[in-house]
Each structure stands twice: as structure tokens, then as C-alpha cells.
Design a protein around this ligand. Sequence first.
Ligand code: FE2
Length: 296
Amino acid sequence: MIDLHSHMLPGIDDGAADLRISLAMARMAVADGVEVQACTPHILPGLYHNTGPQIRAATRELQRRLDENDIPLRLITGADVHLAPDLAEGLRSGRILSLADTRYVLVEPPHHVAPLRLVDFFFNVLLAGYVPILTHPERLSWIDTHSAAIEQLFHGGVWMQITAGSLIGAFGRGPRYWAERMLDEGRVHILASDAHGIGRRRPNLGQGRDAVAKRLGDEAAIDMVLTRPLGILENLPPSHMPAPGPGGCGGFRRDETSLRSRKQYGGGNANKVDAYQDGDAGGWRDVIGRVRAIFQ
Ligand SMILES: [Fe+2]
């Protein structure tokens, strides 16, 4: 799996407090079946003053420590970017990081207050040529009263990332309800751990993937933890990836792209989630080969 959202870098936000925790989180992620981990610390002016160059340096250093400790996890850079009017400019200047320097960027609105001009903000980011990925809309305390705005963003081309923990009740009933509802309505592109440590918010992408598989089937779950994340690392346009929801849409046909060929996920075994965990299918290894190729 590819996990596109975590706070694993030591000591730079409210995630891993120190290197010991970062290494423990990395081991948990690997044990969970994660091969590629995005390090996406908060960028929140006034609270977390992380910049692109700092995040790159911290990611390089953590990768060095992982390699030293024989932890087979490949790190990529990114940021959990809080809503700010100068976001597009920050991305262009390198002060703010997208995911692996692609067109895809994680964006987190305030949790407790619905921002004014929310829709305008996201559309400006889209107009600048980026694909904003709204992080865990299901956890926003104002989603009950503003779900129409979230839906409008979805239809306008904003991607939706829900957090694995929401599906297993780690954040209570509300986030679980909205996460399941968004899944059922076909409005989820990405599932991520948003791991912050080794306690309640530990790396747990596998549990979330299993919850999606139970609800929507294995294919939808694979799309959220592998197919679309891989497409993001390759900086494919959204139209080249499976659209969320039953049957997909948007011109994408499953036989049109090698990315989505069932064979790649293990042919006959593709109906079994374990097939891509155990690596017993040649197809799964092909996909991992492509992930590795990105880094060579
Ligand atoms: Fe986050």
C-alpha cells in the first residue's frame, strides 16, 4: 500500500515526538503492508512554521535512519497544508510542498469553523493547475451543516481523502457516519492513515482498507490505497485514474490503462484483499516494481 498522509517526521508538529517514535511508526507501517509513506507535516502559519526545504531535509534524514535500521519503507515528501490564501503561490515558490512534487496537494480546512469562501478557495487552487485533496472531510465538525459545499467541491474536481481511523470508530460516531456515507455515495478517492504516533492514532491503513473492502468490495479498497496513490506518484491526471463510485466514470475504462488492469493485481486472486498483502500474485509484485521504479 501507499500511505499519502502521516505525521511521521520527528519533532516538527503534533505527530512523532522524537526519532524513536518515528522509527516505531515506520515499523508499524511496514508491518501493516505499507511500502511507500508520505511525510506530510502540518504547515499552519502561527503554529507550525514548516517550510518545503525543512520538510525535504527532515524526510531525507529520516530515510537515512530507516535505511540504517533496515526498515524497508520508502519516504516521499508532502505537507498537510492548512487553508491559506497564498497556497498556490507557496506551491510555486517551493515554500509549500505538494505530494512528491506532483500536481496533488493535501489541504486541510479548519476543523471547527467553516471557512468563508471555501469553494472559491479550492477552485482557485484548481485553476492554478493543482488537484487539492481535501483531508478527512468526515472529521470536520461543520460537515453536518455544510455537506452541500463538500459535495460541490467533489463535483468541481477536488479529491477527497478519508482517514482509516474514522472507519473503525477511532474518532467517534460522527466521523464514522460521514466516512461511511461518503464511501456509499462514491465520493472518496483516497484512504490514508494520518498517523500521528504509536497510540490511538497509529499507522492503521490496513484496518481502513479492510473496512472499505467489506463495504464496497476489494477493488474499491485497492483503488484507494494503491491505484490512485500510485497514479499520484506518477503525476497522472485525474482522468487517467478510476473515478470513485460504482463503475467509475469520467471517460476512464478499466481496459484503457495498464494501471488498472486486473491482471496487475493478481488476476484471479484479485478478488482477495490478501492477494496484494501477501504478494503471492505476480501482478502485485509488478505494481510494487513500478513503485520502486519511480525512485530509481
Ligand atoms: Fe494530518
